[in-house]
Design a protein. Structure first.
Length: 143
């Protein structure tokens, strides 16, 4: 039988690969690399969640500040509206008082005018009677 000869390359002639992609990879190395990448992704997810949690906390803090400011402004405006309502009530009360006084003065003026009209009519009637009396006594009016 003839023996087959296997040609074995000497390791002296083999040059190391120049690029990483040319290196041979074992299943174990590949699994380790996959676990490393998954771990990196998980770390990034956790960092992103922590970052989002910080942003959410800041937004909540800002929202609470805005809520506080809005509530303060609302309370101030409510107080001012109540003050204005009180002033309007006071003005309305004064207006009612003035209306009552004006109506009372109108009643007094009406009574005074009625008195002046009565005096004028009496005076006018007296002059007419005096004129008639003079006419009958003297025959003609002498004025």
């Amino acid at each position: 039988m003839k023996r087959k000869t296997i040609k074995v390359q000497s390791t002296r002639n083999i040059k190391p690969p120049k690029k990483d992609r040319d290196l041979p990879v074992t299943k174990r190395l590949l699994d380790l690399k996959i676990q490393e990448v998954k771990g990196s992704v998980t770390d990034l997810r956790l960092e992103m969640k922590a970052g989002f949690a910080r942003v959410d906390a800041r937004f909540n803090q800002m929202e609470s500040k805005f809520d506080t400011r809005f509530l303060e402004q609302d309370a101030r405006l409510e107080a001012r509206f109540l003050e204005q309502d009180a002033k309007f009530e006071a003005i309305q009360t004064q207006l009612i008082k003035m209306t009552v006084l004006l109506e009372d003065q109108n009643d007094r003026n009406r009574a005074a005018l009625d008195g002046y009209v009565a005096v004028y009519e009496r005076f006018h009637n007296t002059e007419e009677r005096l004129g008639k009396l003079e006419k009958s006594v003297f025959g003609t009016k002498q004025r």
